[in-house]
Write a protein that binds this ligand. Structure first.
Ligand SMILES: Cc1cc2nc3c(=O)[nH]c(=O)nc-3n(C[C@H](O)[C@H](O)[C@H](O)COP(=O)(O)OP(=O)(O)OC[C@H]3O[C@@H](n4cnc5c(N)ncnc54)[C@H](O)[C@@H]3O)c2cc1C
Length: 386
């Protein structure tokens, strides 16, 4: 077992680290204050640097590398802010991978290369007002009528909503209840009958677009079916990769918070000495480092084993669930190390805490992740309805 990055991976990490420091750190406070979305020109910049579509095959204009390289890049960017990490996340472990893994050749050629070029953004629409954790209760219907599906329903809290050009939307394709009737449709922004709700005002993720997707007799060409009825499991296996990206966002935020706390503790003086000389502060720093390093190992294992494909579900779930809890604890400790200054918007810690919290809701809550982990450990299904 190898615990060292190879030379190429070290170079990638260093390049992204410098990019995050020079290009993005100076802009973060302004985007945060104005709740401004990172300008789209940066998508192009990330593409030009070879950071989009890292695990996507070269034939679809990806970088032909692996999920692990994507994870290295996401961590370095999220250390500074989740905003610049988002395009790398979306293009490497996001819903574009559903199309790349399960789509028809035509769908792959049409939708994947623009994402790798930084020209298109693909979002995923699963959650509904009445179907959050109980996702298989979703009621957005797609009824075949001639050469089109007619889609009616609503999706909630969709990251990228309004801004993304393309949506992989989970829909009910028949009267079959639960997972059996669910499949996935590709729906483009601008399709008549497809509109957006108002932008969400989340406590974190400021500037990152999110809104409802509204479908009213929206006609979608039948060739846009990407996952057929009954193949819900496929949608979920692709989502295991997204879970590794979610975990890495947490890791990046927590690493950033740890570094802030280390620096602050050596600069702030009380009782005539640097606060890092107090054992209580040392203990908090050590607790933060313990959690960050353990999380990193779980994420590395899941993504190295995934190679250019999809991860082992249990490994992805363990990595996400641990990271979701870890980032809440680590940013909380980092805030405490900063005393009153940590609670002030003049310092980045409160943003990190708010951004970090959301990942344990997005992509399935911590509680649901634990049910899934227990189910995978015991090889049993636990029906939440009975
Ligand atoms: C920042 C952010 C980004 C998101 N991005 C997207 C996106 O891009 N696309 C998308 O489709 N969705 C997205 N979501 C939605 C997210 O997936 C849902 O919010 C999440 O799955 C939980 O659903 P809910 O909010 O309806 O909560 P509910 O399901 O109502 O849960 C409420 C509480 O009950 C608990 N609970 C529910 N059932 C059980 C059970 N059986 N046992 C124990 N506890 C239970 C939950 O853990 C939670 O604590 C995003 C959400 C956030 C906050």
């Amino acid at each position: 077992m190898e615990f060292q990055l190879n030379e190429e991976q070290k170079m990638l990490k260093k390049m992204v680290h410098e990019l995050a420091e020079k290009e993005f750190r100076p802009k973060v406070a302004e985007w945060e204050a104005e709740a401004e979305h990172m300008p789209r020109e940066y998508f192009k910049k990330l593409a030009d640097l070879g950071l989009l579509g890292l695990p996507i095959p070269v034939e679809y204009e990806g970088q032909g590398r692996t999920a692990f390289e994507a994870i290295l890049a996401i961590e370095e960017l999220a250390r500074v802010s989740i905003q610049p990490a988002m395009p790398v996340f979306e293009s490497s472990v996001g819903p574009v991978r559903v199309i790349e893994q399960f789509g028809t050749e035509e769908q792959k050629r049409k939708y994947v290369p623009p994402v790798c070029r930084g020209e298109s953004w693909i979002a995923v629409g699963m959650t509904e007002p009445e179907a959050g954790s109980a996702l298989t209760d979703l009621s957005t219907r797609a009824v075949l009528d001639g050469d089109n599906y007619v889609v009616n329903g609503m999706k909630r809290f969709i990251s990228g909503g309004g801004e993304a050009e393309v949506y992989v939307v989970y829909v009910r394709l028949s009267e079959q209840k639960g997972a059996k009737g669910i499949g996935g449709l590709i729906i483009e922004k601008g399709t008549p009958g497809f509109s957006f709700g108002k932008q969400e005002q989340f406590m974190g993720f400021r500037g990152a677009p999110s809104c409802d997707l509204i479908f009213e007799d929206c006609r979608v060409p039948k060739e846009n079916l990407v996952v057929k009825e009954g193949d819900f499991r496929k949608l979920m296996t692709a989502f295991d990769l997204e879970r590794c990206g979610n975990a890495t966002m947490c890791l990046g935020i927590a690493q950033g918070a740890l570094e802030e706390a280390m620096a602050y503790s050596q600069q702030r003086k009380q009782w005539g000495k640097e606060i890092c000389e107090f054992q209580a502060i040392q203990s908090m720093l050590a607790d933060m480092a313990l959690r960050v390093e353990a999380s990193r190992l779980l994420i590395y294992r899941a993504t190295v084993n995934a190679a250019a494909g999809l991860p082992v579900p249990l490994e992805a779930n363990l990595a996400k669930c641990f990271a979701n809890q870890m980032v809440r604890e680590v940013t909380g400790l980092a805030l405490q190390v900063h005393g009153g200054y940590g609670y002030s918007k003049d310092y980045p810690i409160e943003r990190m805490l708010r951004d970090g919290w959301g990942w344990g809701v997005a992509g399935g809550t911590i509680e649901i992740q634990k049910i899934t982990i227990a189910s995978q450990l015991l090889n049993r299904r636990f029906d939440q309805r009975k």
